[in-house]
Design a protein around this ligand. Structure first.
Ligand code: SAM
Length: 284
């Protein structure tokens, strides 16, 4: 049973952080002439209406993309990401939010390969139809964690990996860790991105440390970890406080690009005085 639908959350603070990092990684990879492969293990539907019934339920985008969408003079990396969201909204009004495959569709070049995995039948159908005419693209309805064995090492040699599971089932925490280890064993220079929710839950608080240990053991070019905390958990300890992105083999430019954007994201997306960020890296 797949209960999770990303349409409820599209454009929230977590999507802003995730898609800012994704955009920077893809831009960097596109600087070299040689094509690369992006493997999106949990791709979602591709794009979402923020005016639709799902997104309007909790209006999460109002605490995310809507807070920076019309801002002039954003730091360049953030302006580039917001520009992609604007390109998804031809009349200028924020009506649609691009998911990771749509961002990839904007940024990847024709000869770059896209491999998108999505298990939910409805979202898979929407995604497959959205990407139908994109060259060098395959959309699969199989388990995204199986993509590691199927796709790595990739024929392009250069590969980026985005793992963005729902974490509604606790086993997703162990699965991303195993998948990162496998990915780095199979192709140690894969630029591997893992998104995770910041919750008052042991699995969540331990994940970044475990990902770092795996990257320490196998990544060729170190790692970067960024976390953006925007809210407090409720009195029972429930609720998402923020989210993190872990990147193995990050572009060397990523740390400084994020450092430029994070103070503004804390200021705009923070929902309480203690909103903050963590940005750390281990360069090899
Ligand atoms: N990456 C998307 C983005 O940034 O726009 C959002 C993805 S959403 C957080 C997670 C997606 O994973 C959901 O659409 C869900 O249906 C799908 N999913 C859940 N388990 C999966 C699995 N084992 N393999 C592939 N997709 C899965």
């Amino acid at each position: 049973m797949l209960a999770y639908r990303h349409a409820f959350h599209a454009g929230n603070h977590a999507d802003v952080l995730k898609h800012l990092v994704l955009t920077r990684v893809l831009r960097y990879m596109g600087e070299k002439d040689k094509p690369y492969t992006l493997i999106d293990t949990h791709a979602g539907a591709g794009g979402y209406s923020v005016e639709g019934r799902y997104a309007q339920k909790n209006a999460e985008y109002a605490g995310g993309i809507a807070r920076i969408y019309d801002s002039p003079a954003l730091p360049e990396p953030l302006a580039d990401y917001v520009g992609l969201v604007r390109a998804f909204n031809p009349d200028g009004q924020l009506r649609q939010y691009p998911g990771s495959p749509a961002i990839a569709n904007f940024v990847l070049r024709e000869n770059d390969r896209l491999r998108a995995y999505e298990l939910h039948p409805t979202d898979h159908r929407i995604l497959a139809s959205y990407l139908e005419s994109r060259p060098n693209t395959q959309v699969s309805d199989r388990d995204g964690f199986a993509a590691i064995k199927a796709e790595l090492p990739s024929p392009t040699r250069r590969a980026a990996l985005l793992m963005d599971p729902p974490y509604e089932i606790k086993t997703d925490y162990a699965k991303v860790l195993t998948a990162l280890r496998e990915a780095l064993e199979r192709a140690p220079d894969t630029v591997a991105m893992v998104w995770y929710p910041q919750l008052q839950l042991l699995e969540s608080t331990q994940l970044a440390g475990r990902l770092k240990a795996s990257a320490d053991a196998a990544a060729k070019k170190g790692w970067l970890h960024v976390r953006l905390t925007v809210a407090q958990a409720d009195e029972r300890g429930f609720g998402m406080m923020g989210s993190g992105m872990f990147v193995a083999n990050p572009p060397y430019t990523l740390h400084d690009e994020l450092a430029e954007c994070l103070p503004l994201l804390v200021e705009r997306l923070g929902q309480y005085d203690g909103a903050n960020y963590v940005l750390e890296q281990k360069a090899v």
